[in-house]
Ligand binder design. Sequence first.
Ligand code: MG
Length: 160
Amino acid sequence: MRVGIGFDAHRKKVGRPLVLGGITIPSPWGLEAYSDGDVVAHAMLDALLGAANLGDKGRHFPPGDPRFKDIRSLRLLEETSRLLAASGFRISNIDVSVVCEEPKLAPHISQMEKALAAALGVSRNQISVKATTTEGMGFAGRGEGIAALAVALLESESTR
Ligand code: MG
C-alpha cells in the first residue's frame, strides 16, 4: 500500500465556468487556470502521482503546453489512471476536502464523485468528496479562490 497527498488552489475569476470535481457548477465566476481550473481534480492528480512516486502533475501535464490549454481535468485523471495501471498500481481510495466559502457544494457532491470515479475507472465508494469552509479566514474564507486537499491510497501489484 502507498499513500499520497495533493493540494491545489486557484484564484476566482468572473466570467469563467466553475468546474469542480469534473462537473460545471452554476456560478457567476470560475477559477483562473491554464486548464479548466478544477482544483478538486488537480489535488487528486498530485495525490495519485505522489503515492506512485511519479512526480507531480506539472511534470506530466505542464501548464503552458498547448495540449493542455483549457483541457477538462477529467481527461488528466483518465490519463493518470492509465499511467498508474501501466506502473502496476491499483487505486484503493481517494478522499478529498474542498475548501470553499461559496457556492454551497453539498447539492453537487454526489455528481462530482460519480464523474471522478468514472474518469478513474473505479467505483463510487472509492471516491469521497467533502466540502468545508475556513469560517471567513484566509484566502478561501475571503472568497478569493478555492482550495482542495486530497489523499490517495494505492495498492501495488509488485513489492517495490
Ligand atoms: Mg491547478
